[in-house]
Write a protein that binds this ligand. Sequence first.
Ligand SMILES: [Zn+2]
Length: 279
Amino acid sequence: MPKGCFSMVLAQAIEDKIMPDFKPIKQPRVSEAVFDQLKEAILSNDFKAGDRLPSERELSEQFQVSRVAVREAIRALENSGFVAIRQGATGGAFVTDLTFEQLASACLDLYMARKISVHELHQVRILIEPEVARLATLNASPDMKDRLLRAYEAEHPPGASLDADIASGTKVHFVLAEMCGNRFFEAIINSVIKLNTMILEELKPHPPYSIHPPGFHLALVEAVLSGNPDAAADAMRNHARLFYENLMKLEREYRERVDMEKGPELRSPNQALGSNPVS
Ligand SMILES: [Zn+2]
C-alpha cells in the first residue's frame, strides 16, 4: 500500500473512532419553547400559586409568537397540572399549588391504563410501608400519636357501607404516612392506598369489612404508640401480607362471579378486571 493511501485510511479510522454518535437536531415546536419558559418561570417562583398568567395577547407579544402557539402552551401547562383554566370575565390561567396529588393521579391513570397490576402494587407496598411505619414510630410526636389513636378507634364498629369502611380503615395508613416525615414516601403510600380503594370499589367485598376487619391494625398501632420501630415495621409487613391474601381471595371470588354471569363460552379464567391481572 502506498504511504499516502495508508495515512488516509488511518485518518479515516481515527475519524470514525472519535466521532461520537450525535443525534440529528430536532427543532422544538414554538409552543413547546413557550411551554418550557412558562414552566421554568413557575418552578422558579416568578409566578406563584394563585397568580394569573398574563393574557394570551400579552404573552404572544412578549414571546413574539402567534396566539395559537401560546394557547397550545397553556393547554400543555394545564395538562401537566401547572395551571388551572378558569372561564369568564375574571378567568384565565391560574398557577396551581404543586402537590404530590399529581403523583397519585398519575398512578391512578397508569392503573386505569392497565400499566400497573395489583401484584406490582403489593410488591411496592410491602417494601415501603414497613419502613414508613418504622419512621413514623421514630418521629411520633404526642399530637400525632393522639391522631393515630383516634383514627384507630374510629374504625370501630365497622361502617354501614363499603365507602364508610374504606374511609375509616385507610385513615391509620394516611396518618402513619404523614407521621413518617418523608413527603415522597407519603405520596407513594397515598397513591397505593387510593389504588387499593379503587380496586375494592370494583371487587365489592361482602360484608364490606371482611377484607379489612376491625382490629386489623391493633398490633401495628400498639407498636407505634409504644415506640418500638422494629415491631411497627414487622406489624405493618404482616398487615400488608394478610390484606393481600384477603384481596387475592376476594379477587378469585370476583372472577368466578363474573364468569358465572358471562356464561361458559365467554369465560376467561386468567383474566379479571379487564386485562389488568389482579394476581
Ligand atoms: Zn390497613
